[in-house]
Design a protein around this ligand. Structure first.
Ligand code: BCO
Length: 325
């Protein structure tokens, strides 16, 4: 994808103190999201092929990967002065991890301010995702407001998911089944890093509010400047652990089948997806074997970077004893 900055982007005063500008990144450790997952192979005009990196235990493709790749395909067909401001997707079939995904872009409309693309992700000749993405030229406005970012501990003061798992594994009274589950989680090669603000309780018995907060960033270095790419990475990241928010009030049920049905996202301003962002997730509603989740991705300086919404199918069954994870 081509490089282009929005105003206030790379090189602007707000970027000078950015953690990325210091030598905090090993720049050789390029994010696999950039080198592989979102690096689509061009087959023809508006036709791309994407391959997989991390595949969830469900053995259906990770929704965030399909959305991120669809956005790459759409963004490749718009000029450098246009930036994604929203996308709306339906996951219509489970993605097959055994074959690549084809992305077919339809140039729906090119306007003076807004440009719309429609992308179909295809496997075995059938759509698995339909996505509409809208792009806009940079347009200033006197209207500007946002909610305030929640006050939470900084990522430096929190443990990563992997560190938390090691901590749990060191507990002498850990049940064998839980140990196996935790070791499986450790073996996951998810290309994003997570630091939960409220680490999951080892033996959660009581239901919790359907809300969670975690710091998240892409693993490895991406670099500043390519805002189109950061949006695609954020699309990938935004689907991770999102729908699980709707299950938090129900420790006595476990998901027999859960999958995202749709995913929508709005990009508000420039951000770096390889820097820590706070993901604030909440589920205002569940019912009818579905759950609705909403999320806000905050830059650590308190600027609202993106908002997300998703509905997923949630088929659950009671657990015999409270979850140990
Ligand atoms: C890991 C983070 C979250 C993610 O990324 S999820 C990945 C992205 N999202 C997806 O892959 C969803 C893709 N979409 C789909 O698979 C389908 O649209 C979706 C959601 C299954 C729609 O389902 P249906 O219309 O029910 O489709 P279907 O008839 O093919 O059934 C699929 C499986 O569900 C079962 N099912 C359907 N209705 C049911 C019911 N009332 N009670 C219990 N089970 C039911 C059905 O038997 C089938 O099961 P199985 O696959 O044969 O084991």
């Amino acid at each position: 994808m081509s490089t282009c900055n929005q105003p206030g982007g790379a090189g602007s005063p707000e970027d000078e103190n950015s953690e990325s500008s210091a030598a905090q990144y090993n720049q050789d450790l390029k994010s696999v999201l950039v080198t592989s997952v979102l690096n689509l192979e061009k087959l023809d005009v508006d036709l791309y092929r994407g391959t997989h990196h991390w595949v969830p235990r469900t053995q259906r493709l990770f929704g965030g990967q399909i959305v991120g790749q669809a956005l790459v395909a759409a963004a490749n067909s718009v000029s450098d002065n246009l930036f994604a401001h929203s996308l709306h997707c339906y996951f219509v079939r489970a993605g097959d991890p055994k074959v690549p995904v084809l992305y077919q872009v339809d140039r729906t409309r090119d306007g003076r301010s807004f440009t719309v693309r429609s992308v179909k992700a295809i496997q075995h000749g059938q759509p698995i995702l339909i996505c509409q993405a809208s792009f806009q030229i940079v347009q200033p406005s006197p209207l500007q407001h946002q909610f305030t970012m929640p006050v939470v501990p900084q990522p430096e003061d929190l443990l990563t998911v992997e560190e938390l798992i090691h901590l749990y594994l060191s507990k002498p009274d850990l049940a064998e089944k839980s140990r196996q589950g935790l070791n499986k989680l450790l073996a996951n090669e998810v290309p994003i890093e997570i630091k939960p603000v409220q680490p999951p309780h080892f033996q959660r018995i009581a239901g919790a509010e359907p809300k969670k907060l975690f710091w998240v960033r892409a693993r490895g270095y991406i670099g500043e400047g390519n805002m189109k790419l950061h949006c695609c990475v954020a699309a990938y990241v935004s689907d991770f652990a999102f729908l699980g928010t709707a299950l938090l009030p129900y420790p006595n049920f476990r998901a027999q089948f859960s999958a995202s049905l749709d995913h929508a996202m709005w990009f508000h301003t420039i951000f770096r997806s390889d820097e820590w962002m706070l993901y604030e997730c909440e589920s205002p509603w569940a019912g009818g074997s579905r759950g609705l989740v909403q999320g806000r991705l905050w830059r650590r300086d308190g600027v609202l970077a993106a908002s997300c919404s998703q509905e997923g199918v949630l088929r659950v069954k009671p657990v015999a004893e409270p979850s140990k994870l």
